[in-house]
Design a binder for this molecule. Sequence first.
Ligand code: ZN
Length: 626
Amino acid sequence: MKKLISFLAINLVLIMISNLSAQQLERKDVPDKYKWDNTILYKNVDEWQNDRESIEKQLDKLKQFKGKLGENADNLYSALRLYMDITKSYYKLADYAGRLSDEDLRIGANQSLNQQQTTLGTKFGEASAYINPEILNLDSEKVRKFFEEKKELNEFKFFVNDILRLREHTLNASEEQILASAGMITSTPADVYGIFTNAEKPNPKVKLSTGEDVELTSSSYGKYRTVQNRADRELVMKSFFENYDKYKNTIGSNFAGKIRGDYFYAKNRKYNTVLESALNANMIPTSVYDNLIDQIHKNLPTLYRFLKLKTKMLGVDQLHYYDLYTPLVKSVDFKFTIEEGQKLILDVLKPMGSEYVNTVKKEFTERWNDYMPTTGKRSGAYSSGAAYDYHPFILMNWTDDYESVSTLIHETGHTMHSYFSNKYQPFVDSQYPIFVAEIASTVNETLLNNYMVQHAKSDDEKLYLLGSYLDNLRTTIFRQTSFAEFELDLHKLIEKGEPLTGESISKVYYDNVKKYYGNDEGVCTVDPYVAYEWAFIPHFVNSTYYVYQYATSLIYATAFAEKILKEGQPAVDKYYNILKGGSSDYPIELIKKAGIDPLSSEAFDLTIAKMNKVMDQMEEILNKKK
Ligand SMILES: [Zn+2]
């Protein structure tokens, strides 16, 4: 079930889009060509209900194999065959219910379908819970024999070996039960953090130079830290973080509890460190994490160059941390209808070759996507590739702007990844892991940005595109790597048995940010209150060693895009090892086959070279403007 759960989570990557127009269309008034056609899955709800009932019956059959997987090769094969067939049917069922309910969240009948789907999922989880532990209990010699005896079992080889790989980190049944029930305790810090910071912690209030009184919630902080008036943005950031200073010991000891919880699981599962345990789920070597930090350290001077450029463009003497979110140039008001957006995307994706472009054409003409914002529709955007024998679906809320185009090309990346993996892999190996998921989407976004720069109609347009591109690299690569390093530092302290307090956490965080932003080199002044920024970032208490993947995905994606633009079809052919690869191999191996070694400096070198090239272009325009 590990795979099942992670799969559903990956494919619903939500992007929130605000400011939908107040007057919304009703779904019935939208032309069919802008709506997805989910009748390919089921013609109507009756068909869906029939399928649900037949899955229920299959679950009874699945239960009959309980305790019998080790008896002979036939049993193992039949149980796995049935398990995968049910999983595939269940995904289709869940996909339909999810898509239907997202069309209009106000329709009770569709919500009830979704609830029935969730209930079925829970039953499925219970009925199949014995599979992993029973496979783990088989001895290696027996498994080898089974595979020799029954050739059909080969389809499940990677799946079975991936379970067996975790044997040394799996405990006996009663110990596993204790670990599982500990979840009720170890989930507390995340709950406490959410309740305290969202509901009980008082928010600071400030008066801006405009006379406006503002209460600084997380979202209004996000908005007001970008203002043009420098004194205002300093006031906003200073007040916001100094407020966290007041509660740092409470939030800090709660956070320390979370990290001790991480270590509790890792230690009991016989890992030396939490990092080893977290990365082992997808067989990512810890050296990938260390390499990320080392490479980014080595390349901090390139970030400094960008920060100096920012200093110049903002016209300030000394850049401060509170200046970082202010836009460098006025944003450009691009307008795109859906048809214009589609046409642009097809042009942008030409370097991906004809198989890719032709499939995207199908996506656009065969009603895979649902475009219009309508009353009651789910907000944001996602791609869902759960229905293995069909095609993926994309939910959009198109608002005629550049954001809409870049969201569509991003989701199209996920859709092509799902489509090709479903097409070229057996079901059991079709579901790609998170470590590679955002590569497919981000390569497309990078190609879009390149194209837009090349076809820009004015220097201002170009400056805007280049500037926002670099800001994205700064926040996604450098900022997330500094987070990753912070997480690592704190876990190391706990693993050494050292105490962790709000005070010591703040010191680790502050030293880290000062290093990344070149405080001591005079590049960007990081004022002392920035030490408490960690307390505002929910990821730290809600996830473990997760955010580094934002950085690695963008670095690999930038490198792949550079290779594709430079080398053409041969680079595309290699890149297909990811797109068509699903989970047929571990993510690191897929990335290697696609042409980049995650343990080398190549992807970093290409990304940094690209950053410098973009800065050259910006400086050229700025010099011309002078
Ligand atoms: Zn995504």
